[in-house]
Design a protein around this ligand. Structure first.
Ligand code: HEC
Ligand code: HEC
Ligand code: HEC
Ligand code: HEC
Ligand code: HEC
Ligand code: HEC
Ligand code: HEC
Ligand code: HEC
Length: 445
């Protein structure tokens, strides 16, 4: 009975004209099935844009009959619909379009911080970009990582000030957020490619969030390079400890499956701190998120090792927060309140020193500690924090506050913490002698 039912349904579909044609060519191993409309696209695009077609043919999509038209087709009423050689299509294929077949991934991505990354208009960074730098720089800089708000001009054409763009939190004309191509480049749309650390490295690098550099200098990054071909990145299911064991990539820790956790497109589900603001704070449900991450580590490390790592990491974040970030933030606030600095940002020298203290070197120290990159934790991190706190920040505070107010501020925020004693009182005699002895013994000077 059931078999007959299915047969009739199939016949109806065939009758509706959804006849598939096979495309001959290099992917003939498994015949690629393409809709009638898709075949028309290929008819022109195979000659006009051969590389697109080649990449697509190698993809899982081609093997499963997902063709040019399946993805690019549009309704006339869509905000970015365009007439194109007898078809209604749109250039953008947004998360909303992908969600027809990948609802789970789109849901997770949409509820993640990644989807919110286009919402930076009112941030301090944006003032720095738009006003102090210039709008043209934002187009090729900030929003290429964060995502633009894509605008449509006439007949589905896209405003060049907003596209090309594959920023992670792109605001699309159909209201959906994000861009799947940020990690899965078109038209191969491969999971394996997104598991590579370089997929994240377009955005997660540089002076204010050097995650790629930290990873590359960590033991994990070293082992990844040495064992790349043993990592089985092309496996459909990619479970740490089962399908590979030599090293973790960014995806392993932040997204991919473990024997007890499914893969996720919400990159926030395994991190307990936010290391981005001037003073770090714990995320909501931090304990649960931390245990999700530790579940990843435990496939390759014993529990005490993992706990030990987290203690070292927390200690560094607390050191940065309490010894440097809180006093610097409070001192600057008081100077603004007392009228010694303007309320506006970036028009005083102290604003810039403070900004780099937390946004650049302070983040580098925290990011280095969070992912086992000692050079970032110290030389590019806390070394720079300390150098600029004592050598630029406090002297500039003295300069704008004048001696009387400086004394008050120092008493309130610096002197009460014994860790600043060396600066307030100078190095002790014993310490000086010890140091002299060390250099004599080691270098004879
Ligand atoms: C009669 C030939 C022809 C057919 C049929 C055709 N295209 Fe095109 N298409 C072109 C040409 C030519 C361009 C311009 C490409 C270029 O500049 O390299 C183009 C451009 C595009 C663009 C980019 C538009 C832009 O403004 O950036 C998309 C997307 C596209 N085609 C998708 C499709 C899809 C999907 C189909 C099938 C429904 C299709 N095309 C059918 C010839 C065709
Ligand atoms: C799985 C869905 C999917 C399929 C299948 C697909 N595309 Fe695309 N295509 C995209 C996405 C996503 C983009 C990136 C546009 C964006 O959102 O910025 C894109 C971009 C494009 C562009 C504009 C980018 C450029 O570099 O000019 C063209 C043209 C295009 N596709 C043509 C094709 C053709 C031809 C085929 C069939 C061989 C095809 N697409 C199949 C999803 C798809
Ligand atoms: C019409 C349904 C459909 C649409 C629309 C679609 N996909 Fe797919 N996608 C599939 C199918 C089917 C597979 C193969 C699944 C499998 O092998 O189990 C797949 C596989 C994938 C994979 C894994 C590929 C691999 O082998 O590594 C990625 C990544 C992917 N799609 C991304 C996208 C993105 C991004 C979009 C939107 C731009 C999109 N898909 C639109 C049906 C679709
Ligand atoms: C190279 C890519 C890239 C560029 C260029 C870039 N950012 Fe970012 N930005 C990021 C990444 C990645 C993060 C998240 C870092 C982290 O989590 O450690 C981030 C974080 C931020 C945050 C903090 C968001 C939060 O929720 O805490 C703001 C605000 C921001 N960027 C705004 C800007 C502005 C404005 C510009 C240009 C003036 C800019 N960014 C340039 C990649 C970039
Ligand atoms: C931050 C990078 C990133 C973005 C953005 C991203 N993906 Fe993925 N995606 C990955 C990684 C990494 C994997 C491999 C996960 C694993 O190891 O199984 C993956 C795997 C997939 C798969 C294969 C099945 C699975 O879940 O493992 C599909 C389908 C997919 N992504 C669809 C999408 C769609 C649709 C979007 C846009 C809503 C999207 N991805 C955006 C990184 C990303
Ligand atoms: C196109 C740029 C881009 C790519 C590619 C990208 N990210 Fe991000 N990522 C961002 C930006 C921007 C933010 C900050 C968003 C915000 O806070 O507004 C961010 C934030 C994050 C966060 C913090 C999330 C939270 O909830 O606080 C993690 C973790 C992360 N990304 C991991 C990854 C991983 C892993 C990959 C690669 C598989 C990746 N990202 C690829 C731009 C990107
Ligand atoms: C060995 C596992 C591991 C690997 C590999 C890894 N990370 Fe992380 N990542 C972590 C841990 C642990 C944290 C801190 C978690 C917490 O806050 O509890 C973190 C934090 C982050 C954050 C949040 C930073 C912030 O400002 O709040 C981002 C973004 C990030 N990682 C991106 C990446 C990228 C990109 C890569 C690859 C280049 C990568 N990670 C590789 C484990 C890893
Ligand atoms: C796929 C396996 C794998 C995963 C997952 C993994 N690691 Fe590792 N990790 C290793 C290997 C292998 C080494 C190298 C050990 C050695 O020989 O020193 C290492 C080294 C380390 C080191 C030592 C760094 C150094 O410079 O000596 C720390 C700390 C560490 N891992 C912490 C973690 C944490 C925390 C997590 C989870 C967030 C994690 N690892 C996830 C495999 C892994």
């Amino acid at each position: 009975m059931k078999g007959k039912y299915v047969f009739w349904i199939l016949l109806v579909f065939l009758g509706m004209g959804m006849v598939f044609h096979a495309v001959p060519g290099e992917a003939a191993r498994k015949k690629i099935k393409v809709s009638r409309q898709g075949k028309a696209c290929l008819g022109c695009h195979e000659a006009r844009s051969p590389a697109f077609v080649k990449e697509w043919k190698l993809s899982s999509h081609a093997k499963n009959g997902v063709d040019c038209y399946t993805c690019h087709k549009a309704n006339k009423s869509d905000p970015d619909a365009m007439k194109h050689n007898g078809y209604t299509i749109s250039i953008l294929v947004t998360p909303k379009d992908c969600s027809k077949c990948h609802a789970q991934q789109v849901k997770e991505m949409t509820s993640s911080h990644h989807a919110k990354a286009g919402d930076i208009l009112n941030s301090l960074d944006n003032y720095l970009g738009e006003v102090i730098g210039g709008a043209e720089a934002v187009v090729v800089g900030c929003v290429q990582c964060h995502g633009s708000k894509v605008k449509v001009t006439a007949n589905g054409k896209l405003d060049i000030n907003t596209w090309p763009n594959t920023g992670i939190g792109r605001i699309n004309p159909d209201g959906s957020l994000g861009s799947c191509t940020a990690c899965h480049a078109r038209h191969s749309f491969s999971a394996a490619q997104a598991r590579e650390p370089e997929a994240c490295g377009k955005c997660h690098l540089g002076p204010d969030h050097p995650q790629l550099e930290v990873y590359e200098e960590s033991k994990h990054g070293i082992l990844y390079k040495a064992n790349k071909e043993r990592l089985n990145m092309h496996k459909k299911r990619w479970v740490v400890g089962k399908d590979y064991s030599a090293a973790p990539t960014c995806a392993t820790c932040h997204m991919s499956a473990t024997p007890s956790q499914p893969a996720t497109h919400d990159v926030g589900t395994r991190i307990s701190w936010t290391l981005r603001p001037p003073i770090s704070r714990k995320q909501e449900n931090a304990a649960k998120k931390r245990s999700n991450m530790q579940d990843v580590c435990r496939n390759c490390h014993a529990e005490p090792y993992v706990k030990g790592f987290y203690r070292q990491f927390d200690n560094l974040v607390n050191l940065y927060n309490d010894k440097f970030a809180k006093p610097a933030t409070n001192i600057r606030k008081e100077l603004i309140k007392k009228g010694k600095l303007t309320k506006a940002n970036f028009d005083d020298k102290l604003d810039w020193i403070y900004w780099e203290l937390w946004h650049h070197e302070g983040r580098r120290a925290r990011h280095g500690a969070s992912m086992s990159g000692p050079d970032y934790a110290w030389w590019h991190g806390m070394y720079d924090v300390a150098k600029h706190f004592y050598n630029e920040f406090l002297p500039e505070v003295k300069h704008v506050a004048g001696p009387k107010l400086y004394k008050q501020l120092s008493k309130k925020y610096i002197e009460k913490d014994v860790r600043h004693e060396w600066y307030v009182k100078g190095m002790s005699k014993e310490q000086l002698q010890k140091t002299q002895k060390f250099y004599n013994k080691r270098y004879g000077q």
